[in-house]
Write a new protein. Structure first.
Length: 419
């Protein structure tokens, strides 16, 4: 009697467990089926930074198939059904006013090299049509995003040259102010507001990006900058790797009022997976990331949400999202939460492609406008490291090197005379 009862209970339990496994598995199978046609386009990956910091960009010493010290390698991208990736041409803020432009060019070069060295896996593209071509040929559409306005060194000429090299978004700040725009650290009180959002020059940078067809990325900028850029930009904008402020009060995330403007302007917030932005703590799980997808969908609509993992740019990622092979698990979780196939296809790729096409159309619309050419005020960029060609600055009047040298001379004189 007792044994029979136990057996029956065991049978029931087994059935229940099987059912559960079935539900989870079937959602994952379904996720893979959806991603077969519509792979994920991710807004931000820092593999190029790993190539610089780990290998000094010596691509002859790297094998992107067997590389196992990063979140990203080619087999993981395949397993994760990644069909498009914005690779970040990121250089840290301490290059500002020094070698930022040279180092950014080198990061652009290393992305070009990824495509040249792995032509069966990466296709460097710079248009919405290019993404479709990569999807068709089952390669990772590889796009370039410059992370931080410091990379253009306050120069429209550099901005246009980046565009010509294939750069299709610029995050207008990283974690530092630029002479023409404020970053998110202004909102935490660690940086002073120097431009109060976008300065007049900054507004012109945004308009020049619109004219060129370069997407304006607002991850890392201050709240005032977000609002200024959303107002000024003639095309939809993106947050390439930011999450919802309501769920984690971090200034890198997007608050509700901004989410509503993003919805109105048909822009896009690509959810960042970094634990610290997902739960405002060191630990996070896949389900916490899914909460951000649900929340942004609730406030901004499914047409304004996307994926922006920030892989290889952060020291911690959530349990269940350990590397770029895990996107299908997140899609399975969203299916479990009731996301429809149509909504998922939008979040995976459709929303980004819509924004990109709109940015391309805006560029065509603005094609009769002249390129911006008014230089930034000399005082904004004056430093010992620069020449002042073109500015017509009379030599010897207040330029630092002369003052510095004069002082030094005086001090030397003093020393020799009185020491
Ligand atoms: C990672 O790759 C290195 C070099 O190819 C190899 O020696 C090592 O065993 C690998 N480690 C793991 C955990 O696979
Ligand atoms: C996914 O999971 C949910 C909830 O567990 C279930 O109701 C649904 O049938 C599953 N969907 C698929 C396609 O398997
Ligand atoms: Zn970033």
């Amino acid at each position: 009697m007792g044994t029979k009862y136990t057996m029956a209970l065991l049978g029931l339990l087994t059935l229940l467990v099987c059912e559960l496994v079935e539900v989870v598995n079937s959602n994952r199978t379904e996720a893979l089926r959806i991603m077969e046609n519509v792979p994920v386009i991710d807004g931000h990956n820092d593999l190029p930074w790993q190539l610089l910091s780990g290998f000094n960009n010596q691509m002859n010493k790297v094998d992107l198939v067997t590389l196992n010290t990063t979140h990203t390698n080619i087999p993981k991208l395949r397993e994760g059904r990644v069909g498009g990736q914005f690779w970040a041409a990121y250089v840290p803020c301490d290059t500002q006013g020094k070698d930022a432009v040279k180092r950014t060019l080198e990061q652009i070069d290393v992305i070009h090299q990824m495509c040249e060295r792995y032509p069966n896996d990466f296709l460097c593209v710079n248009s919405a049509d290019g993404i479709a071509e990569a999807f068709r040929t089952k390669k990772v559409a590889s796009l370039i995003g410059v992370e931080g306005g410091h990379s253009i060194d306050s120069s429209f000429g550099v901005l246009r040259t980046f565009y010509n090299l294939g750069v299709r978004y610029m995050t207008i700040t990283h974690s530092c102010n630029v002479p023409w725009v404020d970053n998110w650290l202004v909102d935490t009180g660690s940086d002073p507001a120097t431009s109060n959002g976008l300065s007049e020059y900054g507004r012109n940078v945004v308009l020049e990006m619109n004219r060129l067809g370069m997407i304006v990325d607002l991850s890392h900028v201050s709240l005032k900058t977000m609002k200024d850029a959303l107002e000024v930009s003639q095309a939809p904008v993106i947050f390439s790797h930011s999450s919802a402020y309501k769920l984690c009060n971090h200034a890198r995330n997007v608050p509700d009022d901004v989410l509503k403007i993003v919805k109105e302007k048909k822009g896009l917030v690509m959810v960042n997976f970094f634990n610290d932005y997902v739960t405002c703590s060191k630990v996070a799980k896949l389900s916490n990331v899914a909460d951000h997808f649900d929340y942004i969908k609730l406030i901004a609509g499914y047409e304004s949400v996307g994926f922006g993992g920030d892989y290889d740019g952060v020291p911690r990622v959530p349990e269940g999202l350990e590397d770029v092979s895990k996107y299908p698990d997140l899609v399975a979780e969203l299916l479990k939460r009731g996301w429809t196939e149509m909504e998922l296809e939008a979040a995976l790729a459709g929303n980004f492609i819509r924004v990109f096409k709109e940015v391309e159309q805006t560029s065509i619309r603005m094609s009769s406008e002249k390129p911006k050419d008014e230089p930034i005020a000399y005082k904004e960029i004056e430093s010992d490291c620069r020449t002042n060609y073109g500015y017509n600055i009379p030599s010897g009047t207040g330029a630092h090197p002369h003052v510095g040298k004069g002082l030094l001379l005086l001090m030397c004189l003093f020393y020799t005379l009185f020491a």
